[in-house]
Design a protein around this ligand. Structure first.
Ligand SMILES: [Zn+2]
Length: 225
């Protein structure tokens, strides 16, 4: 028996998006994912993103976020670690800290896990292996108050919902490493903006922004590959 068949017996796999058997992501579904090769200028910082937002990307993110589907999270982490390579070529730090964007306390409680912390850990592990740099997760941003779910809000309401929503934990020391703010999805950029504000309160700035997916229609500021 081939190793692949044996593994399939022990860990039966189905496509994350259409449930067809045998693979984590079948070729039909994989082709629906649209790689993002340009970077964007968001609030003055470079955003690197792995995928453009579409239905397939949204379903993959939802599987990782809401269903704690580890295979989906690992797949996203793989793509993000690959995209990180582009940022690393520009930045060339020996050590990086990934700062995950926090969810609301209510969302963490409902899910029973901190989605972005888990995803960031997978990304950090993959970055360490693939790029030969030291990379760890620093969950130093926390919700400062109640935050409504952003998904049903328009751009103006998102901005208002996010204003003053995060704070930097007291006494954190982020010196000596490249700082990467990391999120699963960037749409209007209001959440990243709030994270930047909270970081700046501690006199820190990120060296780059990294997301699994970007809704590029909101971000006109393409700055190259
Ligand atoms: Zn499929």
């Amino acid at each position: 028996m081939a190793l692949q068949d044996l593994l399939a017996l022990i860990y039966p796999t189905t496509c994350l998006l259409c449930n067809s058997a045998g693979v984590t992501l079948c070729p039909t579904c994989e082709i629906r994912l649209e790689s993002c090769r340009q970077s964007y200028l968001l609030h003055g910082f470079t955003l690197y993103s792995s995928l453009h937002y579409n239905e397939a990307a949204a379903n993959l993110i939802l599987a990782a976020k809401e269903s704690n589907e580890r295979a989906a999270a690992r797949y996203l982490a793989e793509l993000m670690a690959m995209r990180f390579g582009r940022a690393h070529r520009e930045l060339s730090y020996a050590r990086y800290l990934l700062i995950p964007i926090p969810s609301s306390k209510a969302a963490d409680k409902r899910r029973g896990y901190q989605h972005m912390v888990l995803l960031a850990r997978l990304v950090a592990k993959k970055i360490t292996i693939d790029h030969g740099v030291e990379c760890s997760v620093a969950p130093v941003l926390v919700p400062a108050r109640k935050i409504a779910d952003q998904s049903g809000l328009n751009a103006a309401a998102r901005l208002a919902n996010m204003r003053g929503a995060f704070e930097l934990k007291a006494g954190v020391d982020l010196r000596g490493a490249g700082i990467i703010l990391i999120d699963d999805l960037v749409t209007t950029g209001s959440t990243m903006g709030e994270a930047l504000r909270a970081l700046k309160m501690g006199r820190y700035e990120p060296d780059a922004l990294l997301s699994a997916c970007v809704a590029g229609r909101f971000l006109a500021n393409k700055i190259g590959r």
